[in-house]
Design a protein around this ligand. Structure first.
Ligand SMILES: [Zn+2]
Length: 512
């Protein structure tokens, strides 16, 4: 286990080594030990099976990242050095944590559900979670018990669905005997009003019919389907277009969300194994479209007002071929040097798209020697890839005030590089998003041979406007799973949803 932790920790430090960094960590928690958030759902009538199912579910995930780290560990350490000022500390602390990580396994002292009383109508859904104290206690072995499943059921990820009127209890119990209880009451659905002819579903009833499921990794087919469904449901505010086709001929679809004249661009999923950024972005699209339609506040943001002023151009999945290799197991067209599908980062030509943009591309070439399938391979020529061309086309057709390029892992923002220097408003833009969403601000990237060819670096260069590489998933959440697909199971914790869901809204709000 200790070896696995060490390997995993190393792997997490090299997840995405493109351009301005994408994978650079400033901080490594030495007290964090491998955690798999194992939740079983048990009807108390069947409680005799509970222990067994808890055990089983904790064993289902297997480590698939291990093949990568020995290969690129050397490259990463030099890249880490060049990417941020704090990186020397990172390397030191990484080594330390290898020896210290097995020393202390904090035991949970208490468990608390995030809600203690819930009232629903049949068919309605809501989410619940549990918190352990101390918060770095292993989340393994927590089981949900339901006193009467005819009243409600719960998914392993905490989505409660009301079934029929009545009252029942949900208990969350740890292996060590800690527990907390939430009372759930299901009341009959209100009779439809005879006087109202307008269909005006409440926000809560819309949640029941959520289109986007972030708890399962997206393949391209589901992305296309859900974009169609979202556009059908929110035709007033959402529309879809294509900006090109992928290497294998799949549409590179973008949506416009909003009615305003100001424009911002969001690109997700450029690195295929970082597909949770697709799930995140799709969920944002749905929730913002809903808030706009309802006229409701989203946290402290007036979404209708923002989207009357702005239009977001969003490419939720800019690398559909890679996404399908990574999440649907499609065979890559090129050798992938021993990387398994879950670990696949490139497009179907084996190119790291975030090294393929026309931004000092030759600089990177001069220092390389990589071949298709290498994570550092930047393509046969500058902007050689159809996916690169599609993103560039969208940027050339619109005057974007800013661009966000979504990645994992690190919970931080790459925002300025030495070659481009200061971009007007780049720090204001970065710090506003950091303050609201909790991302740390990484140091200025200094080694051009590492960040040349990057999307955000190219955008800054071409348009002299802010472009950020946002690395979602704080390191503290990295241990929830051994696989990239596994992050989806713990979506809200993994991406720190309750804070990061404001990312795109804050980007509009702070750049008016
Ligand atoms: Zn990345």
């Amino acid at each position: 286990m200790k070896n696995k932790i060490c390997i995993l920790l190393t792997a997490l430090l090299i997840l995405c080594t493109a351009s301005s960094g994408c994978g650079n960590q400033n901080k490594t928690e030495t007290s964090v030990v491998s955690v798999i958030d194992t939740v079983s759902v048990i009807d108390e009538k069947q409680s005799s099976e509970s222990e067994r199912s808890t055990e089983q579910s904790s064993e289902t995930k297997s480590s698939t990242k291990q093949s990568s780290e020995t290969k690129s560990g050397t490259q990463q350490s030099s890249e880490t050095k060049s990417s941020t000022e704090q990186s020397s500390e990172t390397e030191g602390s990484t080594e330390q944590s290898h020896t210290e990580s097995s020393a202390v396994v904090p035991e949970a002292k208490s468990i608390a559900l995030t809600k203690h009383e819930i009232t629903l109508t049949p068919g309605q859904q809501t989410e619940i979670n549990y918190l352990l104290s101390p918060d770095d206690a292993p989340r393994k072995g927590v089981t949900y018990y339901i006193s009467d499943t005819s009243v409600f059921t719960i998914s392993p990820y905490g989505v409660i669905t009301a079934n029929s009127p009545g009252s029942a209890e949900l208990s969350a119990k740890t292996d060590s005997g800690l527990s907390d209880v939430c009372k759930i009451t299901v009341i009959p659905s209100p009779e439809p009003s005879l006087t109202s002819t307008e269909e005006s579903p409440s926000p809560s009833s819309k949640l029941t019919n959520a289109i986007v499921d972030p708890y399962t990794a997206y393949n391209s087919e589901r992305v296309y389907r859900d974009i169609d469904l979202l556009c059908s449901r929110y035709p007033d505010i959402l529309a879809k277009y294509d900006t090109g086709k992928s290497t294998k001929g799949k549409p590179i679809t973008y949506v416009t969300l909003g009615k305003g004249s100001k424009k911002g661009c969001i690109v997700a999923g450029i690195h295929s194994r970082e597909h949770i950024t697709i799930s995140f972005t799709m969920k944002c699209i749905e929730e913002f479209a809903q808030a706009y339609t309802d006229g409701s506040m989203y946290g402290s943001y007036d979404v209708r007002s923002l989207l009357n002023e702005y239009t977001l151009y969003i490419i939720p999945m800019c690398n559909p071929d890679g996404t399908d290799i990574s999440t649907a197991g499609e065979s890559p067209l090129v050798a992938v040097n021993g990387f398994d599908a879950d670990n696949y980062k490139l497009n179907a030509n084996g190119v790291n798209l975030n090294l393929n943009f026309p931004y000092n591309w030759e600089t990177h070439l001069a220092n390389s020697g990589y071949i298709p399938g290498d994570e550092q391979y930047h393509g046969s020529s500058v902007a050689s890839e159809k996916e690169t061309q599609a993103i560039m086309k969208l940027c050339s057709e619109n005057e974007f005030l800013w661009l966000l390029d979504m990645h994992i892992l690190g919970g931080g923002i790459f925002w300025r590089d030495e070659y481009n220097g200061e971009i007007p408003d780049d720090y204001k833009f970065t710090s506003s998003i950091s303050d609201v969403c909790g991302y740390q601000i990484f140091g200025i990237s200094t080694n051009i041979s590492k960040y040349s060819g990057g999307l955000e670096n190219w955008f800054r260069f071409a348009y002299n406007r802010p472009a950020l590489c946002i690395e979602m998933i704080p390191i503290s959440q990295a241990y929830f799973t051994d696989t990239y697909i596994g992050y989806n199971s713990y979506f809200e914790q993994a991406v720190d949803w309750q804070r990061t869901k404001y990312t795109y809204l804050e980007a509009m709000s702070c750049m008016k």
